[in-house]
Design a protein around this ligand. Sequence first.
Ligand code: ADE
Length: 227
Amino acid sequence: MFQVNLLTLFPEMFPGMLGHSLAGRALEDKRWAYTAVNIRDFAADKHKTVDDTPFGGGAGMVMRPDVIEAALLSLPAPGRKIYMSPRGKVLDQKLVHELAAEPALTILCGRYEGVDQRVLDAHDFEEVSIGDYVLSGGEPAAMIVMDACIRLLPGVMGNVETAGEESFSNGLLEYPHYTRPAEWIAVDGRPFAVPEVLRSGDHGKIAEWRHHQSREITRKRRPDLLG
Ligand code: ADE
């Protein structure tokens, strides 16, 4: 089973969206499990202090290394340690495959300005970003990492072929999809037809058309993926 340990000041945020749909079913089926550890439970003082002002001055508060370490040490099997941060390596499908193959992950979710660098260094946390924008905390980022991993776990997605054809698995964005009705009129009266080739029954031609669509949409939207 894929075990995810979360170190967070907001354990009640979990499982959140991961309790629904595909991930929620997989959680019920025990294909993955999580433990949300409240970092505040490991504060040593009577005020349950988890953060302090930064050395050197500046805005915001920084989470204390001793409190985070105590929370980490409470885990019997932390596995691969990840700190969600916009400074990290940007998550991509290759890293998702790697993480999904681990028996356990421990994801540290920061709040405030961040966490003391020393606890990241001392415990070899890998910093992972979900993209070039800044969230108010690591929890939604952790959920995104988890969602991307969970759908790859054995038995979670029924149709194995789906995972092979989707965006990024072949380095390209996915081709467009169509279903019934074959002729559809939008509310403003404009007709939209399904591309004829998809109704031809010629599977060779369909595969060729889809590959061409994939290449064109990748060239237009994400030329960086073509290298
Ligand atoms: N925490 C705040 N912003 C983040 C981001 N972009 N990725 C990961 N964790 C974050």
